[in-house]
Each structure stands twice: as structure tokens, then as C-alpha cells.
Design a protein around this ligand. Structure first.
Ligand code: OOB
Length: 543
């Protein structure tokens, strides 16, 4: 995992160290040190269960040793798919203790995504929760076994079916654990939303990620007294690091696991556990705001509500403080690195009207026109970035790296932003064909490819349409072969492809054909733009 283009050049690395960003901390040391400093303090709350720092550390180390005893080796990748449960933390910190490299799948991922991720990572083990929201994940993973020759073990948290190992039964002698890893080595892989194909692996190092935790904690005011509630999936980068549960654990604070992001569940938990901070995607924030409007919830402990993952419109942002009685923080981040926050001392109009500014003084931000030249100050353009916690390349993906990174190591985010004189960024949209549905990122190309697998689909074009509830929704235009399939058939077909349900288009329209120019075929990007404009024009006419 140390492809030379994936690391920072020596001069930048030296600067990041000299400025105290990279301090040589590692994840196994982080939990061990906190457990030594305050063994009895509560680390995790899940329902009535409370896990102390010492208990989490002991369990992680025993599990880690047990994983090594099964034949796994430091440096091996392990795919982890779990919901907001303590087992996620045991698995992840167990892997860290053993020097294994977790790759995080989202709970919504299904067979297609898991096969891709496990294959790409050459995963030697999959650690999975038995069921998440009634779906049998253990059975799904068992069904992958034959297709992943390198997969040695399936480890299940909960009820383990035949052919798998129960995670609870795995234990070993912590004395057999390896020395702490190189802080510059890859700690784990996040996954990219991406605009092309299936998710890419994002290798994050101990040094770079822990810097982003420390920087986030300072900006968000996280200390040992904070209570962070993980409301969105724990495997998502926002929930993990901005400042997220890892930031909270870094600070010795308490993490409350929210089983469902619905207001009736979350409000009760905030009150019961004295939650001080949590993060939401905009559609959920709207749900919370509407619930609060009906019945004002008393949430005296909550001081900060973070909203990010997709654009939060100013008119919604203005409702947060009056209805929930806490401050808003906008968070504009990406699993590849760069995270922007509005600050607690920013004026209200900056907090409601911008998506924040970067964590680090050494986050370099370029805003370029399509020809690659800097735009005049204040003009929207393409956001590129590099810095002390932004990756320099995806894992094992030369063509994506050639597309997504400049020669001098800037990551092309695909976002169109405007920069205010204060340095705050306003996200205006995306330059590429990604649909941000409910904060979940969908590649138009990936869904088109899936649809093209249907024998009666001649061509498919997927576009994003602004949507009041979801932020954006996916609309698929289908040019059929006769006999034309119905939208319902295509939806069934998509579900049968065993992909995350959020990738099934919200709307499917069967059309005669697509516009072409006199000179021949136009680009798919242009075609998507034309079709999107058609839908928008139609919606204007029918209010
Ligand atoms: C977060 O990470 P990803 O990797 O799921 O998605 C990144 C993309 C960004 O490139 C941008 O297109 C969009 O999500 N995005 C936003 C946004 N926050 C993310 N667009 C508009 N406004 C925002 N506030 O989504 C993520 C990672 C860490 C922290 C927060 C979000």
C-alpha cells in the first residue's frame, strides 16, 4: 500500500512535521494511552451498555491477538461492515492493535460493492455484523466466499452461521501483538463516493488522520467532558473524523451510538445521555427541524449541531438555532481529506451562508477555471486541494489517479466553489456526474452501467435532479430495445443486481432516443445536462 505516488514528497512531509501536524501518533497507541490515563471513564454508550476505555482497549487487544492467531498478518486488509454498534469499535481497534488495515464498507452496501471492495483490497478477512436493520449481512458475506479466493475468514458479530467465526469467540494473548505501526503507514481505507465506477479505496495514514482529529477537536471545542453522538453511520468519514467518534475518543470524551437517526429516537437519547454535539446530513436536519417545530424539544445539553455531506441551504440553516436551541456548524468535507468548518465565532451569516473554511493553515486551496487557470477572487470555479491530511492517490488505481490528481499532487475534488475574502467556501455544485442523494454519493456512470446490463436497455443516461427532500434525486432515461421494459421491471432488475438500495433510480423514464448533433454523438456529460434541463423546465411548468 505504499505506491510512491501515494505519499507526500519529502519537503512537504518535513513541513507538516515541523509545524506539529504530524506527531508520530498511531491508532493503537491512542486507545492504549487513553485507557491507561483514564481506564474507568466511559468510552461508548449503546442502549443500556456502557464500555469503559479500559474495557474497549482490553477487548480490542484480545481480539487483535486472536486475529493474528488465526493466521492474519500485520499489513493484511480486513473489510469491516457494521452499523452503529460497539462491535464496530472492537473490530476496528482490534485490527489496529494487530496491525491489520480496516477497509470500511457502509451498511447500505450489498454484494456488488462488497465483492468489489474486498477484491480491490485483497481482503484476507471480512468482519460483519450479523444483521443490520433486518438484512442478513452474514448470509450475504457467506455467499461471497467462492468468489474471493484470498478470503481466509468470515467473522460475524452476533449470531454466526456455519462456515463463519463468531467474533465474540476470538481472543488471544495481547503479549503476541506487534509493535506499533509506522505513523506514516496506512491505518485504514475509507471509500470514495466517486463519480465514475465503483467506490475507490482511500488510504489514510495514522499521522494524517490523527492530525485531522486534533484539528477538528480544537475547532469544534471537543474535550474530555464532551459527549459526541454518532447519528450517521459510524463508518462514514464525517461521523468518524469531523471530529466524529475518533475525535471524541482522541479527547477522552464519551461516544453515544444512535441506533436510528429519527428525531423521536435521537432527541430522547440526547436528553438521556447529555449529548453535546452530533452531525447530520441536510435531509435529516430538515426532519429534526420539522419535528422540533411541531413539538419543541428541550435539548439543553446540545451545544453544536453539525450539518454536512451535502449543501445545507441558508433558509434551512437559519432555522437551527431558534428551533433546536443550539449553534449550527456547517461541515464540507470529503473522505479524500480536506474538511472545512464554519467556526463557533463566525458571524451568523457566515455560519448559515457558507460551508466553512479548511482545518489547516497548510490546506492549499486552488479555485480554477476549466482551462486550469485561477479564477478572479470571488468567481466560482473548480476546487483543487492538497495538504497535511489530503491523500496523494487512491489505492491501486492508476487511471483514477491520473484523472483525479494533478502532477504536483493536488486532488481535483469535482466541487465547484466560490471563495469569500474571509476564506470561507460556498459550494455551488459539482463539475462531474455525481448524484448527492441524502448525502450518499452515487456515480451516474455506475448506475448507467448497471442499467445497460438489462437486455432490453439499449442506452441509459442518469442525471441528478434537485429534490426538496433528498437534496438531489436520480432520474434515469432509458432508450429501450423492443419490447420496452417498464420502469417497475427496471427497478426490480436493479434491486436484483444486489447493489446499495440508494443506487436504484428514484425516477425512470422510457424515451424514444437521445439528442445527437449533426456531427455525431455528443458527450455523455452534455447529454446529461440537456436531459436535466428538460426535467427542470418541465417542473417549472407544473408547480
Ligand atoms: C463527506 O464525504 P464524502 O467523501 O462522502 O463526499 C464528499 C463530497 C464533496 O466533494 C462534496 O461534493 C459533498 O460531498 N459535500 C458537500 C458538503 N459536504 C460534502 N457539498 C455541499 N455542502 C457540504 N457541506 O460528505 C464528508 C466528509 C467529511 C465531513 C463531512 C462530509
Amino acid at each position: 500500500m505504499t505506491d510512491p505516488i501515494q505519499t507526500w514528497p519529502a519537503d512537504l512531509a518535513a513541513r507538516y512535521r515541523a509545524r506539529g501536524y504530524w506527531r508520530g501518533e498511531t491508532f493503537p497507541a491512542m486507545l492504549r494511552d487513553r485507557a491507561a490515563a483514564h481506564p474507568d471513564r466511559v468510552a461508548l454508550v449503546a442502549g443500556d451498555a456502557r464500555l469503559s476505555y479500559a474495557a474497549l482497549n482490553d477487548r480490542a487487544r484480545s481480539l487483535g491477538a486472536g486475529l493474528l492467531a488465526l493466521g492474519l498478518r500485520p499489513g493484511d486488509r480486513v473489510l469491516i461492515q457494521m452499523g452503529n454498534v460497539p462491535a464496530f469499535f472492537e473490530a476496528v481497534f482490534g485490527a489496529f492493535a494487530a496491525g491489520l488495515i480496516p477497509v470500511y464498507a457502509l451498511p447500505a452496501h450489498r454484494r456488488t460493492e462488497l465483492l468489489h471492495l474486498a477484491g480491490k483490497a485483497a481482503a484476507r478477512a471480512i468482519l460483519v455484523q450479523d444483521r443490520i436493520e433486518r438484512f442478513d449481512h452474514a448470509a450475504m458475506v457467506l455467499g461471497l466466499r467462492g468468489e474471493l479466493p484470498g478470503l481466509a475468514h468470515i467473522i460475524v458479530a452476533g449470531t454466526a452461521p456455519e462456515g463463519t467465526l463468531a467474533m465474540d469467540s476470538i481472543a488471544g494473548d495481547a503479549a503476541t501483538l506487534p509493535a506499533d505501526p509506522d505513523p506514516q503507514s496506512v491505518a485504514f481505507c475509507q471509500i470514495s463516493g466517486g463519480s465514475t465506477g465503483l467506490p475507490k479505496l482511500i488510504p489514510r495514514t495514522h499521522d494524517d488522520y490523527i492530525y485531522s482529529l486534533r484539528g477538528s477537536n480544537e475547532i469544534c471545542g471537543i474535550d474530555a467532558e464532551s459527549v459526541y453522538m454518532a447519528t450517521l453511520p459510524v463508518a462514514h468519514n464525517f461521523t468518524m473524523s469531523s471530529p466524529g467518534h475518533f475525535g471524541a475518543l482522541y479527547a477522552g470524551a464519551r461516544v453515544v451510538l444512535c441506533p436510528a437517526p429519527l428525531p423521536q429516537v435521537a432527541f430522547e437519547l440526547i436528553r438521556r445521555e447529555g449529548v453535546t454535539i452530533t452531525g447530520l446530513v441536510p435531509p435529516l436536519a430538515l426532519l429534526w427541524l420539522d419535528a422540533a417545530e411541531k413539538t419543541p424539544p428541550a435539548l439543553p445539553s446540545l451545544t453544536l449541531l453539525q450539518v454536512g455531506g451535502a449543501k445545507f441551504l441558508p433558509e434551512s440553516a437559519r432555522r437551527v438555532a431558534p428551533l433546536l436551541g443550539c449553534r449550527l456548524q456547517q461541515v464540507f468535507g470529503m473522505a479524500e481529506g480536506l474538511v472545512n468548518y464554519t467556526r463557533n465565532d463566525d458571524p451568523d451569516e457566515i455560519v448559515t451562508g457558507t460551508q466553512g473554511r479548511p482545518i489547516s493553515p497548510d490546506d492549499e486551496v486552488l479555485i480554477l477555471d476549466d482551462a486550469g487557470a485561477p479564477v478572479p477572487e470571488g468567481t466560482p470555479g473548480n476546487l483543487l486541494t492538497r495538504g497535511p491530511y489530503t491523500i496523494r492517490g487512491y489505492h491501486d488505481d492508476a487511471s483514477a489517479n491520473a484523472r483525479s490528481f494533478t502532477e504536483d499532487g493536488f486532488y481535483r475534488t469535482g466541487d465547484i466553489v466560490q471563495r469569500l475574502p474571509s476564506g470561507h467556501l460556498v459550494v455551488m455544485g459539482r463539475a462531474n456526474d455525481q448524484i448527492n442523494r441524502n448525502g450518499e454519493k452515487i456515480s451516474a456512470e455506475e448506475v448507467e452501467d448497471l442499467l445497460l446490463g438489462h437486455p432490453q436497455v439499449f442506452d441509459a443516461v442518469v442525471v441528478s435532479i434537485p429534490d426538496a427532500r433528498l437534496g438531489e434525486r436520480a432520474c434515469a432515461f432509458i432508450q429501450p430495445r423492443e419490447p420496452a421494459p417498464t420502469p417497475a421491471e427496471l427497478r426490480r432488475y436493479m434491486r436484483g443486481r444486489e447493489v446499495a438500495a440508494f443506487k436504484v433510480p428514484d425516477e425512470i423514464r422510457i424515451v424514444d432516443g437521445f439528442a445527437t448533433t449533426a456531427v455525431g454523438k455528443i458527450s455523455r456529460r452534455q447529454l446529461r445536462e440537456i436531459l436535466r434541463a428538460d426535467v427542470l423546465a418541465e417542473e417549472e411548468k407544473t408547480p
